[in-house]
Write a protein that binds this ligand. Structure first.
Ligand code: FES
Ligand code: FES
Length: 162
């Protein structure tokens, strides 16, 4: 079986002897121990496993490892700022006490981060559209929306830097 060299959170990771159809999610969690990314449905329907590929949010449960070599993969473990402070979204999540059981939250934050990269000042409907594929059994949707607005303001006052 082939080897792959993956760029994850700015670091190169050699992944050896894996079937190319293996979902990226299992490489992250089982091979590399990056367990912040969660397994929910396994069929690209819940958003728990969301990571970024070259800045685009994707469902890692349904993305084969053979298709991600050479792309920049960002997981929740790599979202914090280079100086070690939490990303504005993570700070807003804490300030708004968003998380309940927490299971969906990494995927929610990664979808929200991609939204703010694309649209620094989203409306409620922009947020609804960007986040509609991320499900939360605990029903934290209103707090998520509040936190995204808080993070957007925070990022805008810092010149767009997280
Ligand atoms: S686990 Fe990937 S979308 Fe549900
Ligand atoms: S916080 Fe529990 S599923 Fe979202």
């Amino acid at each position: 079986m082939p080897d792959y060299n993956l760029n994850i959170n700015g670091k190169s990771h050699a992944v050896k002897d894996v079937d190319g159809t293996t979902p990226l999610l299992w490489i992250l969690r089982d091979t590399l121990g990056l367990v912040g990314t969660k397994y929910g449905c396994g069929i690209a329907a819940c958003g728990a496993c969301t990571v970024h590929l070259d800045g685009i949010p994707v469902r890692s449960c349904s993305f084969p490892v053979s298709e991600v070599e050479g792309e920049k993969i960002l997981t929740i473990e790599g979202l914090a700022n280079k100086d070690g402070t939490l990303h504005a979204l993570q700070q807003a999540w804490i300030a708004s006490d968003v998380g309940q059981c927490g299971y969906c939250q990494a995927g929610q934050i990664m979808s929200a981060a991609a939204l703010l990269d694309e649209n620094p000042n989203p409306s409620d409907s922009d947020i609804d559209a960007a986040m509609e594929g991320n499900y939360c059994r605990c029903g934290t949707y209103n707090r998520i929306k509040t936190a995204i607005h808080i993070a957007a303001v925070s990022l805008s006052t810092k010149g767009g830097k997280s």
